[in-house]
Design a protein. Structure first.
Length: 272
């Protein structure tokens, strides 16, 4: 059996995913951006229930046998699935890495997120106006990590029964609530003063990007990333949810048979 690990995605790979999603959006305008997909994927990876791609793609991309957002052809589908599976493997390996002590570690989970506000601030007024053309009704630009967190919580809300800790395990309930609260906090807007930037210059010696987020936002992002680790560990320790098996009560031998024959159970279906 081939145990060679799948190679991590490179910038060109993420560009290819963006292009496929953009093409899907031509046929189904609710197709999300990659950052939303990235958050959704993180929830799928660290969730309690293993979910088959055929199940979660119908939720995320509205893709099924007759889905509106179907791929253009088999080649496009295979290209997307290949990149998706490589990213799933990469995220899973990062979340299962036991030696991660800080989020700057090369082995740590690093979501593919955009600092849209920094990107806009780096443009000239003319470029910014062109980029915002037709965006006036879209509301404020998303805060750092906001779209990722919305994707994560979309997955949680799609399978709510799988995100409930055993009621008797008070420590697990507390840990689950704290982790989800950290991610929910990231779905909110960043209304604080712009103090820091998420990323450094594109190249050594390059110009520093302008501050685009509050320090509180940067800290909230870090807390959300550790929350993903906590959730992965929590559900792995608890294990999959056991489905409740409901057994119908068996009638007494002298009771009327539930089939409606009018006979006693022992003379009808209870004769076996």
């Amino acid at each position: 059996m081939n145990t060679t690990p799948l190679s991590p995605l490179q910038p060109d790979d993420f560009d290819a995913l963006d292009l496929i999603l953009e093409d899907l959006r031509e046929r189904y305008d609710e197709t999300p951006q990659w950052e939303f997909c990235e958050g959704f994927m993180a929830a799928v990876v660290c969730g309690r229930k293993p979910i088959a791609p055929s199940e979660y793609f119908s939720v995320l991309l509205d893709i099924g046998e007759d889905g509106e957002g179907s791929f253009a052809d088999e080649a496009q589908k295979e290209a997307f699935l290949s990149l998706w599976n490589r990213r799933v493997a990469e995220v899973t390996a990062a979340l299962d890495e036991e030696d991660v002590r800080n989020l700057s570690d090369d082995k740590a989970y690093t979501p593919e997120v955009l600092d849209v506000r920094a990107m806009m601030l780096s443009l000239s007024p003319e470029e910014r106006a062109e980029a915002m053309l037709g965006e006036e009704d879209e509301g404020p630009l998303p805060a750092f990590g906001q779209v990722w967190a919305l994707g994560f919580m979309f997955a949680v809300e799609s399978w709510p029964e799988e995100w409930v800790a055993p009621a008797k395990d008070k420590e697990a309930v507390k840990a689950l609530d704290a982790a989800l609260d950290a991610i929910v906090a990231l779905t909110e807007d960043d209304t604080g003063p712009a103090e820091v930037s998420a990323f450094g210059p594109d190249e050594e010696g390059g110009e520093e990007p302008p501050p685009s987020m509050s320090m509180a936002r940067m800290e909230a992002f870090g807390e959300a990333m550790w929350a993903v680790y906590d959730l992965r560990g929590l559900w792995r320790s608890i294990g999959p949810r056991v489905e409740t098996v409901r057994v119908e009560a068996t009638p007494g031998r002298n009771d009327a048979c539930p089939c409606g024959s009018g006979k006693k159970y022992k003379k009808c279906h209870g004769m076996g």
